[in-house]
Design a protein around this ligand. Structure first.
Ligand code: SAM
Length: 471
C-alpha cells in the first residue's frame, strides 16, 4: 500500500506506514548501536529516511541527543553559513468559507470584521513594507472562491510587483493560499511567484477531517495532493509545514518527511522549505483546547532533526515564536525568519498594531530594524536576497547549487549586497554602524578572489546609490 511514488495521498502518506514507523522507533529508541549507525549516516549530509529520523526523535539518550544538536549545527553552518533570509507576511483577505477549528478566520466566527484589501490598499501596505526594508513577501488569504478568487490573488501579485517607492521593491512574492487546481497553479507561476506554501496542518487523516469539518479544505486527499498539482502547473519551489499542536508530533514528523520523500520520488525535487508553526492564541482560539501542544525542548529537537533529515530544504520560523525561542532554534537549522510582521488584514498601514483581524497573536513584536540588529549581534548576516528565483535557479537547479558547494560564492555575496542596501536605505544609525562592521568582517569570507573583488566594487556602488546587484 505504501508507495512514495504514488500520486495518491493515502499511498504516499500511508497511515499504516506511519504507525509501523512509530512502533519501530519506539522499539529501537534505546538501541544505541542502531542510533549510532543512523548518526553516522547522517554525518554524510545526504539526509535520512523517515524511519531513521523517527528513531532519532524517539531516542532520549542525553549523549546522542547532544550529538544530534551538534550535527544539526554543523550542517546548518556548512550549508547555509551564517545567513538568515528575511521576509514578511502580507494578509490580503480574511474572508474564508472553511471551518478550520484552530483558525479565527473560520466561517462561523462572526466576531471578527471581514476585510479584503482593495488594490489601492495593497499598494499602501507594500509601500509600508518597502519602507521597513522588506524585499520578500509571503501573501496570505483565506479560502473564498467568491471574495478571493484566483483573479483577485493575481491582481494583488501584479500590484505588489509594480510598486517602486523610493529605492524599495518587492522582488519575490511567495504565496500561501488554499489548495487549488493545476490551471490556477499555472497562473500563479506565470504571475512570477517564488515558493508556493501550503501547510498540511496535520497528516493524520482522521484528525484532519475533524479539524476541518466544513468547506473545501475538508477534502484530505485534495489538500495533501496539492503540491503535486502545483508541480504539474510548473511551480517547482514548494513549501511544506504542519501546525504543531494538532496531532502527536511524532506522527506529524514522520508524515512531513514522507511528504518530502514523495516529492523527491515523484518529481525529482524535494520541498524548497519546511515551516514549523505552533498553534497560538487568536480571537476565539484557545491553544490549550488542543491536547498535543509541544514544549520548547521538543520543538528544538524537531528543528534539529528536520535539518539533519533534509539538509537541502530551507527552514522557516515565523513571529509566532518569541525572541527567546527563535534565538534557540536559529543555530539548529533555521534559514528564514519573518520580522516586523503584522498578521491582520491592512495591519502595516496602522501606526498601532491592530488586533481585530489578526490570524494569530504575534510573539516577536520587534521592528524589522530591531530584528536585523539582533541577528547581527548574534553573528548572523540578515539577507534580503531574492536572486535565485530571479536567475531561474529554482527546483533542482537550486538544489544543485547547494550540492555543488558554490553557495559561499553566490549566496554569501548576495547577502552582503542586499544587507548593504538595507543599511543604506532603512537602518537606524546604530544598526548601520553594526552592519558596516559586519560587512567589513564578512567580505574576506568570499572564497573566490574574483567574486570578492566584484562584490567589493558593488558594495561601493551601492554606497553611491546604485541598487539591485546580484550573482
Ligand atoms: N487559507 C490558506 C490555507 O488554508 O492554507 C492560507 C493559510 S493561513 C492564512 C496560514 C496558516 O496559518 C495556516 O495554514 C495555519 O497553519 C496557520 N494558522 C491558522 N490558525 C493558527 C493559529 N491559531 N495559530 C498559529 N497558526 C495558525
Amino acid at each position: 500500500m505504501y508507495n512514495p511514488k504514488s500520486m495518491k495521498a493515502e499511498e504516499f502518506i500511508a497511515h499504516e506506514e506511519i504507525l509501523e514507523t512509530l512502533a519501530y522507533a519506539e522499539k529501537n529508541k534505546d538501541n544505541l548501536e542502531l542510533v549510532d549507525s543512523i548518526l553516522e549516516k547522517a554525518k554524510e549530509r545526504k539526509g535520512l529516511s523517515h524511519r531513521e529520523a523517527s528513531v532519532l526523535l524517539a531516542c532520549e539518550d542525553p549523549d546522542r541527543t547532544a550529538a544530534m544538536y551538534a550535527l544539526a549545527q554543523r550542517i546548518k553552518k556548512d550549508f547555509y553559513g551564517n545567513r538568515i533570509v528575511m521576509f514578511a507576511p502580507l494578509y490580503l483577505s480574511n474572508y474564508c468559507v472553511n471551518g478550520c477549528v484552530y483558525c479565527p478566520y473560520h466561517q462561523k466566527n462572526k466576531r471578527i470584521p471581514r476585510k479584503k484589501l482593495t488594490q489601492e490598499e495593497v499598494a499602501r501596505e507594500v509601500v509600508a513594507l518597502q519602507d521597513m526594508g522588506h524585499k520578500r513577501l509571503a501573501i496570505e488569504a483565506g479560502e473564498d472562491p467568491v471574495n478571493n478568487p484566483i483573479e483577485y490573488i493575481l491582481s494583488c501579485i501584479e500590484t505588489i510587483y509594480s510598486i517602486q517607492h523610493k529605492n524599495g521593491a518587492i522582488r519575490r512574492v511567495n504565496v500561501n493560499i488554499a489548495a487549488t487546481t493545476v490551471e490556477n497553479y499555472r497562473k500563479l507561476k506565470e504571475a512570477g511567484i517564488g515558493t508556493y506554501i501550503l501547510f498540511q496542518e496535520t497528516y493524520h487523516r482522521e484528525s484532519y477531517l475533524k479539524l476541518h469539518p466544513t468547506g473545501p479544505k475538508h477534502d484530505y486527499a485534495y489538500h495533501t495532493e496539492a503540491m503535486d498539482r502545483a508541480m504539474e502547473g510548473g511551480i517547482d519551489d514548494v513549501g511544506l509545514g504542519v501546525l504543531f499542536g494538532l496531532e502527536l508530533y511524532r506522527y506529524e514528523f514522520a508524515g512531513l518527511l514522507m511528504h518530502a520523500e514523495h516529492l523527491e520520488a515523484a518529481h525529482g525535487v524535494g520541498p524548497h522549505t519546511i515551516s514549523v508553526p505552533r498553534i497560538k492564541h487568536a480571537d476565539d482560539i484557545d491553544p490549550s483546547a488542543f491536547d498535543n501542544g509541544i514544549s520548547d525542548d521538543i520543538f528544538a529537537k524537531l528543528c534539529a532533526l528536520i535539518r539533519i533529515a533534509v539538509p537541502y530544504t530551507g527552514m522557516i520560523i515565523s513571529t509566532r515564536e518569541s525572541q527567546a525561542v527563535r534565538e534557540r532554534v536559529l543555530p539548529l537549522g533555521v534559514s528564514q525568519i519573518s520580522g516586523g510582521s503584522r498578521t491582520s488584514v491592512g495591519g502595516y498601514q496602522e501606526t498601532v498594531r491592530p488586533t481585530d483581524t489578526e490570524q494569530f497573536d504575534v510573539s516577536d513584536q520587534r521592528s524589522l530594524d530591531e530584528v536585523v540588529r539582533w541577528l547581527m549581534e548574534l553573528g548572523y548576516i540578515p539577507s534580503f536576497c531574492t536572486a535565485c528565483y530571479r536567475e531561474g535557479r529554482t527546483g533542482d537547479r537550486f538544489m544543485s547549487l547547494c550540492k555543488s558547494g558554490q553557495i559561499q560564492n553566490c549566496c554569501h555575496p548576495n547577502a552582503l549586497m542586499t544587507l548593504k542596501e538595507f543599511l543604506m536605505d532603512y537602518a537606524s544609525p546604530e544598526t548601520r554602524r553594526i552592519g558596516e562592521a559586519l560587512l567589513a568582517a564578512e567580505l574576506p569570507n568570499i572564497p573566490k578572489e574574483k567574486v570578492r573583488a566584484v562584490c567589493a566594487d558593488h558594495l561601493q556602488k551601492i554606497e553611491e546609490g546604485v541598487r539591485d546587484f546580484r550573482f
